[in-house]
Design a protein around this ligand. Structure first.
Ligand SMILES: [Fe+2]
Length: 430
């Protein structure tokens, strides 16, 4: 006998206790709380043939966006494939979608996950995975529209519906639909104040509207469930630091870095990205960040996995440039350039190389070269991955490079572009 999960999908287990653990682990994953892996493990010991359990474990490993987790993901997929049970249609489809990801091809995996979701729109786990892929691969319209495809298959009475709303909120924000994003995010949080995607979506809404006071109120005084026991906590602290920068309060931003973002032994790639992105923004503002680059660059050198994620590689490079490590820059750029185009993480790989050249030039004081190199990339850099707020670092760098190069026309144009964009957003929000 097989059991159904809370969303009506048939799972290859007949043990109620195993199903309960599976749902608990999945709920932790959906809200990005700790620790879905440790929670799930007993279910796999109780039922080693539980295919959906092994697939959940594989997805948890893959969602770390860390090449070091790939062998464990492959082991979990092998366990799913070698189960003595007959896989369900959903399990077969999900196994086929996750395999290329475990082999390093996230783009193909995401396309297969997209099709899987059309056939299984209530597969909340697959929706979370593809939402992460769309973010890493820089596909903002799919962040919104993949969730949109599934929405009509959910009702307000469904457990887990809030998580769907939270993802939709982030997708809407990335597509500049701030009012709808805010409404969806708030509705998600009414259902579940732990919903990290929804908290994060609202942080983005305030960032993109340029409303720093509202952003600080939201993150520092509003819902504070996000601040602990959450994989996105460091990143949401990073968002708070951005609001401090928008208020020209560099001391508070630096304090957030020192207290929360500075690399720890357990720091994940996402945390290191936030570290690079914040120190770089401080550096652009002329803030002396002391020896902070040194520790961050060293941590990146331990972790660096060139060719796995364009976005991670770019942020690893920022740390090497900030540290002034010629050897670190050369090693990383050589490794990035050695990635064959046909296995590169995105079709924009060569543009990423051009952007890397620009960022290196900034560190070497070749400001005009930096600005000229970045200008044609500013509106074509979705493929680097990440959010609009994260990709904003290229615009900020081009603007500051133009100022330091004495290219007043370009500096004024980029400042005007940013001001007009924010003022349009603020008008739309009013
Ligand atoms: Fe973000």
């Amino acid at each position: 006998m097989s059991l159904q999960d809370a969303r009506g999908e048939v799972l290859s287990t007949d043990q109620d206790a195993v199903l309960a653990i599976y749902e608990q682990s999945l709920d932790l994953f959906n809200s990005l709380r700790m620790d879905p892996v440790a929670t799930l493990q007993p279910a796999l010991e109780m039922d080693p043939d539980f295919i959906s359990g092994h697939l959940l474990m594989a997805g948890l490993m893959l969602s770390a966006i860390d090449a070091q987790a790939l062998p464990q993901a492959r082991d979990s997929l092998a366990a799913a494939a070698h189960s003595r049970r007959q896989p369900t249609v959903r399990e077969q489809s999900l196994l086929a979608a996750l395999r290329p990801w475990a082999e390093g091809d996230m783009g193909r995996a995401n396309r297969l996950l997209g099709r899987h979701l059309i056939d299984h729109p209530r597969d909340l786990f697959a929706l979370q995975l593809t939402h992460m892929c769309d973010l890493v691969l820089g596909q903002p319209t799919l962040l919104r529209d993949r969730v949109g495809r599934a929405l009509s298959h959910w009702s307000a009475a469904d457990g887990g519906y809030g998580y769907v709303l939270g993802m939709h909120a982030f997708g809407l924000e990335e597509c500049n639909e701030y009012d709808r994003a805010q409404a969806a995010g708030e509705a998600a949080l009414e259902r579940n104040p732990w919903d990290a995607w929804a908290v994060h979506a609202l942080a983005h809404v305030h960032e993109m509207r340029g409303d720093a006071e509202a952003g600080i109120r939201w993150l520092d005084e509003g819902n504070t469930h996000w601040q602990q026991d959450n994989m996105l906590a460091v990143h949401n602290w990073w968002h708070l630091a951005l609001q401090h920068l928008r208020m020209d309060d560099t001391a508070s931003a630096l304090a957030v870095y020192d207290r929360i973002i500075a690399p720890q032994p357990a720091s994940m790639a996402l945390d290191l990205v936030d570290g690079s992105a914040l120190l770089w923004r401080l550096m652009l503002r002329g803030v002396d960040v002391g020896d902070r680059w040194q520790a961050l660059a060293a941590r990146w050198r331990e972790w660096a996995q060139p060719g796995w994620s364009t976005f991670n590689d770019m942020h690893a490079l920022l740390a090497q440039v900030g540290d002034g490590s010629a050897a670190g820059i050369a090693a990383l750029r050589a490794a990035m350039d050695a990635v064959p185009v046909d296995v590169a993480p995105s079709p924009w790989w060569r543009e990423a190389s051009a952007a890397a050249d620009a960022m290196q030039a900034f560190g070497e004081g070749r400001y005009q070269h930096c600005a000229d190199r970045l200008l044609p990339l500013l509106h074509a850099n979705l493929g680097y991955g990440g959010s609009q707020a994260q990709r904003g670092i290229f615009h900020l760098t081009a603007c500051e490079a133009a100022r330091r190069a004495g290219d007043e026309a370009l500096h004024a144009a980029l400042l005007g572009e940013a001001a007009a964009r924010t003022s349009l957003r603020a008008t739309a929000a009013a």
